[in-house]
Design a protein around this ligand. Structure first.
Ligand SMILES: N[C@@H](CCC(=O)N[C@@H](CS)C(=O)NCC(=O)O)C(=O)O
Length: 216
C-alpha cells in the first residue's frame, strides 16, 4: 500500500502529480500544515521536520521530494517515468530532479523574502539570476527536463515553475518557461491532481477564510 502524506497547494503538489501519473492505488493522508497549533508532534515519526510530502510504501518511509520522486519512479517502472540506469538521459533526469529542491527552491525562497545581497558562494544554491538563466537555457534546448520525453523530473520542475511564476510571481515570466508548461499542463494526471487539491483546499477553513477576506 502507498500512503501519501500531503497538504493541498504546498510543496507536496509535485509529488501528488507524480503519484497520479503512476496510476496506482494510494491513500492520501492530509497533514494540516496550516493548523493553528502547528503540525501535530506525532507526525515527526514520519517526517522528522514535520513537513510534507512523505510517503509510506509497504512500510518503507521516504521523505524529501527529490528522494520520493526518484524512489517512486523506480518502484513503479511500468509508468516509464525514469530513464534506466545506463541510459544517458538518467544524468539530466537526476540532476534536474535534485536541482529543483537544492537550487531552484531555496533561490526562489530567498528572493521572495527579499534576501538579495549575497555572493554566489555564500550559499550552496548560489544566485537567483544564475538559477533563472540555467533553467531558461535548459528549457530552450530541451523539450523536457531529461531531454525529449516527459519523466518524473518534470513533475517537480513544472510544478515549481508553475507555482513560483504564476502564483508567487517571483520567477520571471519567460517564453521558455511558458512553452514548457504548455507542453505539460494538459496531462490528465496533472489535471486530476490539481482538481483534487482544489477540492481539498476549498474544504479547509484556512482557505475559505482567505478567499472570503479577498472578496470583502
Ligand atoms: N525539504 C522538504 C521541504 C518540504 C516543505 O518545505 N514542505 C512545507 C510545505 S510548503 C511544509 O510542510 N511546511 C510545514 C511546516 O514547516 O510546518 C522537501 O523537499 O520535501
Amino acid at each position: 500500500m502507498l500512503k501519501f502524506y500531503h497538504a493541498p497547494w504546498s510543496r507536496a503538489s509535485g509529488v501528488h502529480w507524480l503519484i497520479e501519473e503512476l496510476d496506482v492505488a494510494y491513500e492520501p493522508v492530509h497533514i494540516d500544515i496550516r493548523a493553528e497549533g502547528g503540525v501535530p508532534e506525532d507526525y515527526r515519526r514520519i517526517q522528522p521536520n514535520k513537513k510534507v510530502p512523505a510517503i509510506d510504501h509497504d512500510g518503507v518511509i521516504v521523505t524529501e521530494r527529490a528522494a520520493i520522486t526518484i524512489y517512486l519512479a523506480d518502484a513503479f517502472p511500468q509508468a516509464g517515468l525514469a530513464p534506466a540506469v545506463g541510459d544517458p538521459a538518467r544524468a539530466a533526469y537526476l540532476t534536474w530532479t535534485v536541482y529543483c529542491d537544492s537550487v531552484f527552491d531555496p533561490c526562489v525562497a530567498m528572493r521572495a523574502q527579499g534576501h538579495t545581497g549575497y555572493g554566489s558562494n555564500s550559499f550552496s544554491f548560489g544566485l537567483f539570476d544564475d538559477m533563472v538563466a540555467n533553467v531558461e537555457r535548459h528549457l530552450s534546448q530541451n523539450a523536457f527536463a531529461a531531454g525529449d520525453r516527459f519523466t518524473a523530473a518534470d513533475t517537480q520542475l513544472a510544478s515549481a515553475i508553475a507555482f513560483t511564476m504564476n502564483v508567487l510571481h517571483v520567477l520571471p515570466e519567460r517564453p521558455a518557461f511558458k512553452d514548457y508548461l504548455s507542453r505539460i499542463v494538459e496531462r490528465p494526471a496533472y489535471l486530476r491532481a490539481q482538481a483534487r487539491e482544489q477540492e481539498e483546499a476549498m474544504a479547509m477553513p484556512f482557505f475559505q477564510n482567505q478567499f472570503a477576506s479577498r472578496q470583502r
